[in-house]
Design a protein. Structure first.
Lengths: 625, 262
């Protein structure tokens, strides 16, 4: 039931509120009742003192009727339940109820109890002890009883009536009982009010907290859960709407960022694998088509030669020859795409290459009334790349932009800049030596198409080889046999058996041993030797800092690319130019940039224009290292 | 039928063999063929051919292996490589491994005839050499030059530009030149792609490859209308293009130093 974080929070806050408000109310009611009772008590004491003083004179004169009259009058007050004066023996002498007069009270009765509780009568009673609260019946309201002893005084035993001897200390007791019905009513009312307040307070706290929890926690969390579900099901285009500026808001932002990156990477990967397979396919198809084309071309050319005396036939045959030659050119285009050639790299100035490409399309730009805005970084370093291929890239992109802008004029912006990106995961280890300078690079076992680093590994009784991923930080290692990750291994050079374990250092991730391999002139590669984790360190490369890239941005104000086509544009044979295009231009661009270990991305808005961003490594580290 | 075939055609597709055979027939040569690597080798070892026309993509092993075999057995029969997988890499590799020529599929009849003619001429020269027991009657390429296959050479100048030209081998394997068709200054050349067209007396057109890629900055204007110059002195006065190389270091690896010819 408590599966929702919002409910849990509301429950926790409500329980806290109930506890705090409940305890507070309890003590509040208790102290209020005490104050009320104390007030009643003080009032009763005052009253009884007043009664005693009022009857004093009549008693001294021994005017019994007069005394009775006072007692009667006071007894009529509805708040006073009972008022009576007892003599020393416990006989009721004065009472508003005539039938009570002359009755003897039991010494155990409530009125006598305060003084006679321990059999021996007290002569002095402290003011506090004079009052008592009791019930006549278990279900009747409470009663406050108060006694006030009447002490013997000089004026009493010297009075003319000589009713009291001198040696008696206490002459009698004035006993008043007051009903607490009104007070109890008051206390009950307070309790009810307090309870109602408590309930209202707790409910409102619950609602308020609930409202904000729903707003600040529940809704964003629901949104996040929905997003993760969407992403898990493969929808990488899902975006969480704005969730504010708090932690959940920034979580949502970084989540969006993550899915965006994930989307880009998966697109690149998808493209990469597809291009590779399509390249092979295209090459295969081209080869297969070239053979039959050879037959067609030769035989038709033969017929053409033999038809010299038949101009009609010659004309028809020359169409076949011409069209066959055209097919040959199309296939050639296919092979250009498929060519997985090693680019012919030299140091080139990208700005210059762009200028060369611009020179080619300059006339076209003028015809289409396109204004060119160059924003070149003049400090741009030279990079190692294939000048022709890179020029082809720009040419293709410019031609696309010109087609996208059409004849109504527009702008074409070209911008170059330098940017930095992190080196881990992109730097290839090209040389690796054991301490005795034996080469550890293994050309036969490749990981990700690159020669791996071969090490001898001994664990328990097994002995074999482990092949390290040559890309720093990628850790796609594989072993010649299964490696038990929980035992210590000895890793050594396959040629001379010298250990490659560095005893002075421990893996910072798992605390295990680490291997250390020398890279000539570039320090050492270190890594976790138990292969429990993917820890790797190459201080030399790390110290070089982020890798530098040259970024080229080509934006046009053309018609843009609809969102549904944006991932298709790099696919071979995808074209919106109809008869005018082969659909190979951008896939060739993609292939060339991929061959240069660069990346190309595109952003476009229909009707506003398209921007292609190309990043090429400034130094092809994988070649130089 | 003649006693022996002049030309061995190696291809795994019968239609290609038939096509080439038609052309060979047209020129009056005889032919034999092989559909795979193994039978091709058997035929090469047991017969003498003037010329071999070989495809690269053969089942099991490729045409390059044929070139290796010939080299290791010291068989001098000239080989023309042809392929449907017509990439620059394949062209360069074929020429580097000792093929005298390279012709991408699909080829036109005239293209094939030119190539066959050159090959047959070279074959004749080898026969003559054997008969006379002397060296080939060819002017060797200067030692510091580099060549792409047998037909074209390059030489680095001090200023970083490169001079391109045709080898004596190429000139000697074609009929007297009637016309030389050059590309224009500022045009770009690509390695192992046609750069010059020689029209010869026998009505054929011969394409010569560029030894390396680059932009033409000058061409030997003296050659136009004076084709004897290239026939007389192909290595110095008869140079063809002066270019700014674009991938010199990379492409030099695919070239054969002429010093190795001596």
């Amino acid at each position: 039931m408590l599966r929702k974080i919002g409910l849990k929070l509301i429950l926790a806050v409500s329980i806290t509120a109930i506890l705090i408000i409940g305890v507070y109310s309890y003590f509040n009611i208790k102290s209020q009742s005490e104050v009320l009772l104390a007030e009643v008590e003080r009032h009763a004491n005052q009253l009884i003192e007043t009664v005693k003083n009022s009857t004093r004179y009549a008693m001294l004169l021994n005017q019994r009727e007069h005394t009775l009259e006072i007692i009667n009058t006071i007894g009529k007050d509805p708040a006073i339940k009972d008022i009576r004066i007892l003599n020393k023996e416990g006989e009721i002498i004065y009472s508003p109820r005539k039938e009570d007069i002359g009755k003897m009270l039991d010494i155990q009765a409530q009125s006598c109890y305060a003084c006679h509780a321990e059999n021996k009568p007290l002569e002095k009673l402290a003011i506090k002890e004079r009052t008592r609260i009791f019930r006549e019946h278990p279900d009747s309201s409470r009663i406050l009883g108060i006694v006030n002893p009447i002490y013997n005084e000089q004026s009493c035993y010297e009075a003319d009536c000589h009713a009291h001897p001198k040696n008696v200390k206490v002459l009698g007791v004035l006993d008043v009982t007051i009903s607490l019905k009104e007070v109890e009513k008051q206390i009950y009312k307070n309790e009810i009010r307090e309870a109602v307040f408590t309930i209202i307070a707790i409910t409102s706290i619950g609602f308020i907290i609930g409202f904000f929890v729903k707003r600040w926690v529940d809704r964003p969390v629901k949104e996040l859960v929905k997003a993760t579900e969407q992403v898990a099901s493969g929808n990488l285009n899902f975006k969480i709407s704005e969730l504010g500026n708090d932690e959940l808001g920034s979580l949502a932002k970084s989540f969006n960022n993550m899915t965006k990156k994930l989307d880009e990477t998966s697109q690149q990967l998808y493209q990469s694998t597809k291009m590779a397979s399509l390249g092979q396919l295209a090459a295969g198809v081209a080869h297969e088509i070239n053979n039959p084309l050879t037959g067609v071309l030769t035989y038709s050319s033969f017929l053409l030669k033999r038809a010299k005396d038949n101009p009609q036939l010659q004309e028809d045959l020359s169409v076949i020859v011409r069209e066959t030659i055209r097919s040959r050119e199309i296939v050639k285009g296919l092979l250009d795409f498929a060519r997985q050639s090693t680019p012919k790299k030299s140091l080139i100035d990208i700005n210059e290459i762009i200028n060369r490409a611009i020179a080619v399309v300059n006339n076209q730009l003028k015809i289409n009334r396109i204004s060119l805005q160059k924003n070149f970084d003049l400090e741009l370093p030279k990079i190692t790349a294939d000048a022709n291929q890179i020029q082809q890239v720009f040419l293709n992109l410019f031609m696309n932009s010109i087609d996208a802008i059409g004849f109504n004029g527009g702008t074409l912006k070209v911008k170059t800049a330098q940017i930095d990106l992190s080196p881990k995961g992109i730097t290839q280890i090209k040389n690796a030596l054991c301490p005795k300078t034996h080469n550890l690079i293994d050309q036969e076992n490749k990981i990700g198409g690159m020669p791996s680093i071969r090490l001898k590994i001994k664990s328990n009784c097994n002995e074999g080889f482990v092949y390290l991923d040559p890309v720093y930080g990628k850790s796609r290692h594989f072993g010649g046999f299964s490696i038990d990750r929980n035992t210590a291994h000895n890793i050594s050079c396959p040629t001379c058996n010298v250990s490659l374990i560095d005893k002075n250092e421990k893996c910072p991730k798992c605390g295990g041993a680490i291997y250390k391999i020398q890279v000539p002139e570039q320090g050492f590669i270190e890594g976790c030797a138990s292969f429990k984790d993917d820890w790797q360190r190459w201080k030399f490369i790390d110290s070089l800092g982020e890798k530098k890239f040259v970024e080229i941005e080509i934006s046009d104000s053309g018609c843009g690319i609809p969102q549904e086509n944006i991932y298709k544009i790099f696919e071979p044979f995808f074209s919106t130019k109809g008869q005018r295009g082969t659909g190979l231009g951008l896939s060739i661009v993609w292939g060339i940039i991929d061959n240069h270990k660069g990346t190309i991305s595109v952003e476009s808005e229909v009707g506003k224009g398209t921007t292609f961003t190309i990043r090429l490594p400034q130094e092809e580290s994988t070649d130089n290292i | 039928m003649e006693e022996r075939a002049n030309i061995l055609i190696i291809d795994d597709e019968k239609v290609i063999i038939d096509s080439i055979a038609k052309i060979v027939d047209l020129e009056g040569y005889s032919y034999d063929y092989a559909l795979d690597f193994q039978s091709a080798l058997e035929k090469i070892f047991s017969n003498y051919y003037n010329l071999i026309i070989c495809d690269i993509m053969l089942p099991a092993r490729d045409g390059f292996q044929i070139l290796y075999e010939l080299e290791s057995k010291r068989i001098e029969t000239p080989v023309i490589i042809t392929t449907g997988y017509s990439t620059i890499e394949n062209a360069v590799k074929s020429l580097y491994l000792g093929a005298i020529d390279y012709i991408p599929k699909p080829f036109s009849i005239d293209e094939m005839i030119s190539v066959i003619k050159r090959g047959m001429r070279y074959s004749e020269m080898i026969c003559q050499k054997k008969k006379n027991k002397n060296n080939l009657l060819l002017v060797p390429c200067p030692a510091k030059y580099y060549r792409l296959g047998y037909s074209c050479w390059m030489n680095k100048e001090h200023d970083g530009s490169v001079i391109l030209g045709a080898t004596d081998f190429f000139i000697k394997t074609i009929e007297p030149i009637l016309n030389i068709e050059l590309m224009n200054v500022t045009d770009t050349l690509a390695q192992a792609m046609p750069s010059v067209k020689f029209s010869t007396k026998d009505g054929l057109a011969h394409q010569m490859f560029a030894a390396i890629s680059g932009k033409i900055i000058a061409r030997n204007e003296k050659l136009i209308g004076n084709s004897e110059l290239i026939e007389k002195d192909p290595y110095f006065e008869g140079w063809i293009y002066k270019i700014i190389p674009s991938e010199l270091e990379y492409e030099m690896k695919q070239l054969i130093p002429c010093s190795s010819d001596r």
